[in-house]
Design a binder for this molecule. Structure first.
Ligand SMILES: [Zn+2]
Length: 67
């Protein structure tokens, strides 16, 4: 489900960009979007709440790297 657009942060290069906020498997997490600068999928929504969820995003990134 698309929740609109949000600001994303790239964990690789630090780029901040706006992209679609898509629900990740019926959770409050968002599907990582491709960084427009370095092409990495190691991205997550910007914000304090998201920062607290970073360990969860790390797991998502690890899974994405495997696929
Ligand atoms: Zn990047």
């Amino acid at each position: 489900m698309i929740r609109g657009t949000t600001m994303f942060f790239c964990d690789k290069c630090g780029k901040i960009f706006s992209d679609l906020d898509i629900e990740f498997m019926a959770t409050t997490l968002s599907v990582p979007r491709k960084c427009p600068k370095c092409g990495s999928f190691h991205t997550m929504p910007l914000g304090l709440l998201s920062m607290l969820k970073k360990p969860l995003y790390r797991k998502i990134w690890e899974n994405m790297d495997k696929n």
